[in-house]
Ligand binder design. Structure first.
Ligand code: AMO
Length: 449
């Protein structure tokens, strides 16, 4: 053994195979557990790929190193150089017999949060100590899957000829209606954090770039505290021109399908850690109209509270579908399905009316059971109609002139959608709370860390 040995990692635990037996390696990570048997000690060394059993034998080691190894605190960061030996008793079929150890960073005791504790800590404690929470393999699994999803999404967009864009997050007006805006000071003016790239991605359709996508933050000052809403989320947006609703749906189906197949191909260990199994959906996804949903809910006796009178009454055409309604629908449709032909009154001003009926829109949602994953639609590209719709929604088209202007000098027909990265991650990881899918969630109560 040379004195020149470096503490730097030569392999991850999961990279060790039979070819490495009887060879020397350096593994780095966190001390998950130590079992000191006197003459022998077992150390569980965890890196992001898995856990290594380090078997230290006092008689074959420098006593100083043996002592250091057995007295190190749990969750300290160490590097261990040694030899890989086949071992039927070890879970991986091999163990690391150490020659040398470097204590790279010692963990204080007690730990703010256990990494291998049987009892689950509550969400607040976990999020307050997220760096520690993320040491758990099943929590890391969620973010490995999230990373695969975003790579798959990007891959499909690039294959389909989309150009990646970044649009401003500091803006002067609302996008998705006047509520739910975070206000901020912008020198001597008021500005807002953008709720969606909507107006900018549509503006790109007037430039001839034709197909654009953006993966970026969106901010919603949602007052309510639910397991589906965040105040900052990652929006996967796209817009395509010389295109209609069907073209937008087809791209979306490809994006969702590829996300499933890539997770199945790359994250089987993570799915296993999460006790989750997936079946990639087939294209095309089923479609159901808003009217069909309403009819079904009426048959099932769904009642809602009337907004004007406050009295309970049967749900009617024109009512928004509450979560309870979608839970009802989810009995028959537990997986992916589109809801199309929503009333114009329930969709934002930029959604195109149906050519056969001005009350019906060319807007859609994609749901997974009761969960809404995506909204989108065919857009209005006619400038006069657009201004009329802005007015109809009680807003001043003058305030949107920066946007409507782009429609007056040649704007092709276009369509697009917005998909919440966290909502998709929830489905592919089986997370029951959207906060599980963000490193540092921002909700009404949480701004730190
Ligand atoms: P919408 O407001 O429906 O549509 O949002 C689109 C998708 O974004 C996700 N999402 C959220 N995820 C977590 N927390 C939130 N508070 C939150 N709000 C929205 C959901 C939702 O389906 N501009 C349109 C899209 C378009 O037409 O292109 C829009 O933003 O997954």
């Amino acid at each position: 053994m040379s004195d020149e040995l470096s503490w730097k990692r030569t392999k991850y635990a999961a990279e060790i195979d039979v070819d490495d037996y009887n060879t020397e390696v350096t593994l780095c990570g966190w001390v998950q557990n130590i079992r000191d048997m006197g003459k022998m000690a077992f150390i569980q060394l965890r890196d992001r790929s898995g856990i290594t059993q380090v078997t230290a034998l006092s008689k074959t080691m420098d006593p100083e190193i043996f002592k250091a190894m057995t007295s190190v605190s749990r969750e300290s960061v160490i590097s261990v150089h040694g030899i890989i030996k086949q071992s039927p008793q070890a879970r991986a079929g091999w163990e690391l017999i150490p020659y040398k150890m470097w204590l790279l960073s010692e963990a204080k005791t007690p730990l703010p949060l256990g990494v291998v504790d049987k009892v689950d800590a509550d969400m607040e404690t976990r999020l307050d100590n997220r760096f520690m929470d993320l040491r758990k393999q099943n929590i890391q699994a969620i973010f490995k899957i999230r990373s695969t999803i975003l790579a798959a999404v990007r891959e499909v967009f690039l294959e389909e000829g989309f150009i990646e864009i970044q649009t401003p997050k500091i803006v002067a007006t609302a996008t998705e209606g006047g509520t739910q805006l975070f206000e901020m000071k912008y020198f001597d003016r008021v500005a807002y954090l953008n709720q969606s790239p909507q107006l900018f991605k549509q503006t790109m359709m007037a430039t001839g770039l034709d197909r654009v996508f953006e993966i970026g933050p969106a901010f919603r000052a949602e007052d309510h505290d639910t397991v589906r809403h965040l105040n900052e989320y990652t929006s996967i947006d796209c817009e395509l021109s010389f295109a209609d609703l069907d073209d937008a749906l087809e791209i979306l189906e490809k994006v969702i399908q590829r996300s499933y197949t890539e997770v199945l191909n790359n994250n089987f260990i993570d799915l296993d850690l999460l006790n989750h199994s997936l079946i990639a959906p087939e294209r095309p996804f089923p479609r159901v109209t808003y009217s069909e949903v309403i009819k079904k809910l009426q048959t099932n006796g769904m009642e809602i509270r009337d907004e004007k009178t406050g009295a309970k009454r049967t749900i009617e055409w024109g009512d928004d579908i509450p979560l309870e309604g979608f839970k009802n629908i989810a009995h028959d449709r537990p997986s992916l399905y589109f809801v199309t032909e929503w009333p114009m009154s329930l969709k934002p001003f930029y959604i195109h009316p149906h050519p056969d009926d001005p009350e019906i829109s060319l807007g859609f949602d994609l749901n997974f059971g009761e969960k809404e994953l995506v909204s989108g639609g065919q857009r209005i590209h006619e400038p006069e109609l657009l201004k009329e719709m802005i007015r109809k929604k009680g807003m001043d088209p003058e305030k949107f002139s920066f946007y409507t202007k782009a429609f007056e000098y040649g704007m092709p027909p276009h369509a697009g959608w917005g998909l919440g990265a966290e909502r998709l991650t929830m489905i592919l990881t089986n997370a029951s709370n959207v906060r599980e899918t963000v490193l540092f969630p921002r909700d009404k109560y949480r701004l730190v860390p």
